[in-house]
Design a protein around this ligand. Sequence first.
Ligand code: HSE
Length: 310
Amino acid sequence: MEKKKIKAFAPASVANVGCGFDVLGFAMDKVGDSLEIELTSQAGIQIQAIQGQGNLSTDPEKNVCGVVAKAMLDKLNHQGGLNLQLTKGILPGSGLGSSAASSAVTAFAVNELFNRPFTELQLVEFAMLGEKLASGTAHADNVAPALMGGFVAVRSYEPLDIIKIPFPDELYCTVIHPKIELRTELSRNILKQQVPLKTAIRQWGNVAGLIAGLYSDNYELIGRSLTDYIVEPVRSLLIPGYARLTEAAFLAGALGSGISGSGPSVFSLCKGKETANDVAKAFQEKAILMGLPFDVYVSKISKMGCRIIE
Ligand code: HSE
């Protein structure tokens, strides 16, 4: 029997994690989007309401939830429709996986309503359609952790191959979201399409080091492997006070820092909650000095991805 109505939640996520552009990401706790979804006998997708942060379209063809839900109903050859009510806890254009959370929660909730006809990997593929609508590219480094929780690596896009990476218990992140909107599409379009071999070598050394550090609970190795030689030098120019924020985090004890997703949020990884809170204070002090409006989050890397909340 198909269920009639459920409410589900998808967490915010940090994508790229420094050196892993488009291939690494992790889920945060608490902050995220929720979706109420109901089966209707009438065909078609209705987005009845969007509450919370941002100013998004309720046109199902222009909204990531509508696009993901439609693709799933088509695949199921379902004749009825869906009513959706989305509550945004993540501001679009923040670099915290806002479109990904909405896409992921839709894929998850539709699958639950129909008693799980799809695999987890198929859900990631459906959610990637939302990312394509939002940013022009179907990347998985936010939708995969939002759906699956934890720390993930996208080993391959064609075919899609996603690996869950274990991580140390005391790994926390502190994120500052300077309140300017940075559209992912723009911050992707400014990237160079060619990477010199020497730079690529330094970068994949860091990816290897980061994964090894996560597997072996080696916090120092995690910290020194985060550096991104390819994307950060370009994108950081769009983030006011980027160097000052990352320096303040370093002085407060962070293992390392980087741009969260496509920015403008900046994340630090920390060993333990106390250091993560110190970094949050350092971020706040810097942002106030610079006159930047901001939000700060301290979060354990969350093992939980999408879940039913009602
Ligand atoms: N990997 C993506 C990017 C994440 O950096 O553009 C943001 O959606």
